[in-house]
Design a protein around this ligand. Structure first.
Ligand SMILES: [Zn+2]
Length: 375
């Protein structure tokens, strides 16, 4: 992947190239950005640039043997680690059985999210992790001699899914790297990384894309019109992978129905409707649950913007506009802060593996009380 294929992020791209050209290349770096910001695409473009035999000021050459190997994802000095699950009957638990699927995923798009990966490997409801065996395998791979004589590069996607025992096995490698080794951690939740790891990384903060930048990518990857892509960019707040997924699901806004029926049930404290909403919330996997809570936060924010008449900032589809026009009067300055905090806490609990129905019920009761606060 070349920098020219990365959407937006021109300032960071140019800093990365400048650093490489002046040989300021930290051996352990953190690409810290939300899903859909393009952090993975940036890491790939940077790795190709570091390996390129004839890089220019603006990009890797795209035609040398190294670049060609990168474009086919066959470069022998480029290694990958990502979360996976333990396959039944397999002895050691490493990413090896998933490497081919991973390469397929990477060749399809530089902008994938965890949900895409979960469905690719058929793990919708499984908890993914990075095992101790994988850490040992990383140590082994990076301890080998470089094939082309240049850098050995590891792109480590979602290191926050690493367990403590796994992270401990990597500390030495991060502190005292083997010769010519560069590890690029690509994280979407860096606050969940162990402080001992985090403190040893050179952090590159990657901002979210603007809606226009995201729309360009969404239109190209999903093959939809620019207008429709811009609509998806608004709804997902510039998250390309989520937008592509949603645009291909055929459902305009899959979470709107659940959100609106849930809000009605919370307001009325309707036990039967709340039970149904809890089941609908808990039945898909954790990633979908987190997506729903992010969506709920988005809707709460839109209500407040509507109340303040900030129409130019409102990002809604037609169906959402109809719902919000009736609902926004229930969200106001006396409950918005606590509602947002509740949704954020629920998101953290779901990430932390707390039982989804328990989280949802508790949240529903709290939301009921906040909605009943009068302005
Ligand atoms: Zn090249």
């Amino acid at each position: 992947m070349q920098f020219s294929e990365v959407l937006g992020q021109t300032q960071i791209s140019s800093l990365l190239r400048e650093g490489a050209r002046s040989n300021r290349i930290a051996h352990a770096q953190l690409f810290d950005g939300s899903e859909g910001s393009g952090s993975l695409a940036l890491a790939r473009a940077y790795a190709q640039y570091l390996h390129c035999e004839n890089p220019s000021e603006s990009d890797s050459c795209g035609i040398c043997d190294s670049c060609k190997a990168h474009m086919n994802l066959q470069h022998p000095d480029l290694h990958w680690t990502f979360p996976f699950f333990k396959k039944d009957g397999s002895g050691r638990s490493t990413s090896d059985p998933f490497q081919i699927l991973w390469r397929e995923c990477m060749l399809e798009s530089g902008y994938i999210g965890l949900e895409d990966w979960l469905s690719k490997i058929g793990a919708d409801k499984k908890q993914l992790f990075i095992s101790v065996d994988e850490a040992l395998e990383i140590n082994r791979k990076l301890g080998l001699k470089s094939f082309y004589g240049g850098f050995k590069i590891l792109i480590f996607w979602l290191p926050e899914t690493m367990r403590v025992d796994t992270a401990n096995k990597l500390l030495k490698l991060i502190e005292e790297p083997t010769d010519k080794t560069v590890i690029l951690f690509v994280s979407q939740n860096s606050d969940r990384l162990l402080p001992t790891i985090l403190s040893r990384l050179q952090r590159i903060q990657i901002p979210r894309l603007t809606d226009a930048e995201a729309a360009e990518g969404i239109a190209k990857i999903a093959g939809i019109s620019s207008e429709s892509a811009l609509g998806w960019a608004h709804v997902t707040e510039g998250n390309i992978s989520a937008a592509v997924r949603l645009s291909q699901s055929g459902d305009e806004t899959p979470d709107l129905e659940l959100f609106s029926s849930w809000m009605r049930a919370c307001w009325a404290r309707d036990g039967v409707a709340l039970l149904k909403a809890a089941n609908d919330f808990a039945s898909p996997g954790r990633e979908s649950q987190k997506r729903f809570l992010t969506y709920a936060l988005h809707m709460v924010r839109q209500c407040i913007l509507g109340n303040y008449g900030a129409d130019s900032l409102i990002r809604l589809t037609q169906g959402e506009t109809v719902f919000i026009s009736k609902f926004q009067r229930f969200i106001h300055e006396k409950n918005v802060v606590s509602l947002r905090a509740l949704l954020e806490d629920a998101h953290k609990d779901i990430s932390g593996n707390v039982n989804a129905k328990v989280v949802f019920f508790d949240l529903s009761i709290q939301v009921h009380m906040r909605l009943r606060i009068e302005i």
